[in-house]
Design a protein around this ligand. Structure first.
Ligand SMILES: Cc1cc2nc3c(=O)[nH]c(=O)nc-3n(C[C@H](O)[C@H](O)[C@H](O)COP(=O)(O)OP(=O)(O)OC[C@H]3O[C@@H](n4cnc5c(N)ncnc54)[C@H](O)[C@@H]3O)c2cc1C
Ligand SMILES: *[C@@H]1O[C@H](CO)[C@@H](O)[C@H](O)[C@H]1NC(C)=O
Ligand SMILES: *[C@@H]1O[C@H](CO)[C@@H](O)[C@H](O)[C@H]1NC(C)=O
Ligand SMILES: *[C@@H]1O[C@H](CO)[C@@H](O)[C@H](O)[C@H]1NC(C)=O
Ligand SMILES: *[C@@H]1O[C@H](CO)[C@@H](O)[C@H](O)[C@H]1NC(C)=O
Ligand SMILES: *[C@@H]1O[C@H](CO)[C@@H](O)[C@H](O)[C@H]1NC(C)=O
Length: 563
């Protein structure tokens, strides 16, 4: 190529790039543009002293921050999700607290290293909307690397960041039930419907207990401490009730948020339909800081039916047969209205080959018998020891008290995932089983199983494949906190390859659930949002023209973590 052509090409390229917002500085702690102590002091007094110097959650067990009592509490509660999510600097996955190289371990000696990791340097422990407004304005004015943290449960590292400044929403508590809720600016004579308004720090267990007292249910997660009004919602939010009532975003009537200018705004399908669309599945903190959300509520079921299926095998060939048959069975079981969660094994240790729990409100034993026939058939295959059974709970709250758990706290869990359609489950189960056997070091399972009500799908920003999906399938890595760097890197790279194979398996129109996805997903825009990404990017440019709100693999981001 002639040199001048090359220069021209470069210029065109620069023009193309500058069509988007120019990259912010994103000042982090240690950078020369990080505000001085004087500025921080003034800011702290402007927010009633709610600025917190933030440390990893094991810092209380080391060196100058050692505190015998707090360290004891931390050790006792290390895998307790209620304690974890109540710490300013704690994250569910150690990876998102300490990063790849950081050390600050709970079980290492008092004089062992305790690094800052990728925990924010300062957090605003917000208690009022005006704290969040002040924080957003301060971050904007000073070009800070801003993150938003609620529970710290995120799978993609979107709620932490090295040297960042964090808005912590956990202390914003409050639930208000409405008999008849009408969104702001709705046309006159719009009928009100039953709903609940949740402040940004609410967590599902507390919401479920309060809803039970009101005699209603809320479409929420199958977990106790996941945030009910943060990243769970902006990613879509699947639920045991999704077959009947859709995703959390489908039940969203209105939100209040602080936008990129620091204004507090009420958004719904009347006030700003495009902005509201983006919040309904656009992911992470790209759209502002939610301060409260209003969901529809629904009548209590008359009872909850639970179905269980478990199969053990002792040789590879039977194991494959059972796995394939179980995958095929999911198409029928989800068609009949069941949602569920499951784990796949390889029959090579004491773990079951297939194990899943299913859920359906109001259903009969007859429905169960019909829908679960393919599972009953598996129990009679030679070489299989299996169990398929069902029982009833009188109410959803009884069910939650028995079955809701928060797995994988204080691990280094990283997933690669795809949404599987009935077509994939019934026609290509052998390919999924191949993937399992080719990658024996990685766990496999379903973070969600179910045919999701899709009436609202085109009004939401989640990947269109949710219309046809029957399960969120994941393969996952976990490593010991002190695993060598090359082991961690190899596992991350393996997961990228697994993502690619899953991509081939589901085809071009396939995608995944952004909240339970690979943090290093290669073709992330397409895999998380498919054909909806372009529209989301347009909205992002309008509502956040200087790109203040960014996170790993969020719409319009310039932060894309590498494996
Ligand atoms: C134990 C466990 C169980 C789970 N169960 C389910 C389930 O049943 N269904 C399901 O769909 N998912 C489930 N998930 C996945 C869950 O949806 C994601 O982890 C999600 O990111 C959690 O959101 P959070 O706000 O609690 O977490 P955080 O890590 O605090 O935040 C996640 C993302 O949301 C952003 N964010 C948080 N709060 C706000 C806010 N107020 N305004 C703007 N942005 C905000 C953060 O910046 C970050 O990008 C589960 C995860 C775990 C760890
Ligand atoms: C902010 O002010 C409060 C109250 O004066 C104080 O306790 C806190 O330590 C300050 N935060 C920081 C980071 O200095
Ligand atoms: C959360 O932490 C705060 C401050 O450390 C403490 O006062 C409070 O009791 C804790 N709440 C729970 C539910 O553990
Ligand atoms: C279950 O039955 C109850 C009581 O009859 C009813 O109010 C509710 O709408 C039903 N729920 C579903 C999901 O069918
Ligand atoms: C399968 O194996 C597990 C672990 O050994 C055991 O606990 C379970 O009861 C077995 N289930 C069946 C159905 O055989
Ligand atoms: C369904 O069967 C289970 C167990 O077999 C039983 O406990 C339950 O009462 C039955 N439910 C109905 C509605 O008949």
């Amino acid at each position: 190529m002639h040199l001048s052509n090359f220069a021209l090409l470069l210029e065109t390229f620069t023009c193309l790039v500058s069509a988007g917002p120019s990259r912010r500085r994103r000042c982090a702690y240690g950078d020369s543009c990080w505000p001085d102590d004087y500025k921080w002091k003034a800011f702290n007094s402007s927010i009633s002293g709610r600025l917190v110097r933030t440390y990893p959650s094991a810092a209380v067990c080391h060196k100058e921050r050692y505190d015998a009592e707090l360290c004891h509490t931390a050790k006792e509660n290390w895998a307790n999700s209620f304690w974890k999510t109540n710490q300013t600097g704690a994250y569910t996955s150690t990876l998102w607290e300490l990063g790849e190289k950081g050390q600050c371990f709970i079980d290492s000696p008092r004089d062992a290293p305790c690094d800052q990791g990728i925990v924010p340097h300062y957090s605003v422990a917000a208690r009022e909307i005006k704290d969040i407004q002040a924080a957003v304005k301060f971050a904007d004015r000073n070009d800070l690397y801003l993150v938003v943290k609620n529970t710290g449960h995120d799978h993609l590292g979107r709620s932490s960041g090295e040297g960042s400044f964090s808005i912590w929403t956990h202390n914003l508590k409050g639930k208000k039930f409405h008999k008849s809720f009408v969104p702001k600016d709705a046309p006159r004579r719009t009928c009100g419907i039953p709903a609940v308004t949740l402040q940004a720090g609410e967590q599902w267990k507390d919401v479920y207990e309060a809803a039970a007292e009101q005699g209603v249910i809320v479409v929420g997660g199958h977990a106790r401490t996941v945030g009910a009004a943060g990243g769970y919602l902006t990613g879509g939010g699947h639920s045991p009730f999704a077959h009947y009532y859709g995703l959390a975003v489908d039940n969203l009537l209105e939100v209040n948020l602080v936008d990129a200018k620091g204004n507090s705004r009420t958004l719904n399908r009347f006030t700003d339909p495009e902005y509201f669309y983006a919040i309904r599945g656009g992911g992470g903190s790209a759209w502002g800081v939610l301060t409260s959300v209003t969901y529809k509520t629904h009548p209590n079921p008359s009872h909850i039916q639970v179905g269980l299926a478990q199969f053990n095998t002792t040789d590879d060939s039977t194991c494959r047969t059972v796995l394939e048959a179980s995958l095929r069975a999911l198409a029928q079981v989800t068609e009949a209205g069941y949602t569920g969660y499951g784990v796949l094994g390889r029959g090579d240790n004491s773990d079951p080959t297939f194990q899943a729990i299913f859920f359906q409100p109001n259903t009969t034993n007859e429905t169960f018998g019909g829908a679960f026939q393919p599972f009953f058939d598996i129990t009679s295959l030679p070489g299989v020891s299996g169990q398929v059974m069902n029982f009833d709970f009188p109410s959803f709250i009884d069910y939650t008290r028995a079955f809701l758990a928060d797995p994988n706290i204080a691990t280094n869990n990283v997933d690669a995932s795809r949404l599987l359609t009935a077509d994939v489950l019934t026609k290509r189960p052998d390919k999924i089983v191949d993937l399992l056997f080719d990658n024996p070091a990685y766990g496999a399972g379903f973070n969600f199983i179910g045919k999701v009500d899709a009436k609202e799908r085109d009004n939401t920003a989640v990947h269109p494949i949710w219309k046809e999906s029957r399960a969120v399938f994941s393969m996952s890595a976990d490593w010991k906190d002190d695993a060598p760097l090359d082991v961690k890197r190899r596992m991350k790279q393996d997961l990228v390859r697994i993502s690619e194979r899953l991509g081939e398996l589901v085809g071009e129109d396939g995608g995944t659930y952004v909240n339970e996805a690979n943090p290093y997903e290669p073709d992330w825009e397409n895999t998380f949002w498919g054909s909806k990404y372009k529209r989301l990017l347009r909205i992002k440019r309008r509502i956040d023209p200087t790109n203040l709100f960014i996170c790993n693999r969020c719409v319009g981001t310039d932060i894309v973590l590498q494996p």
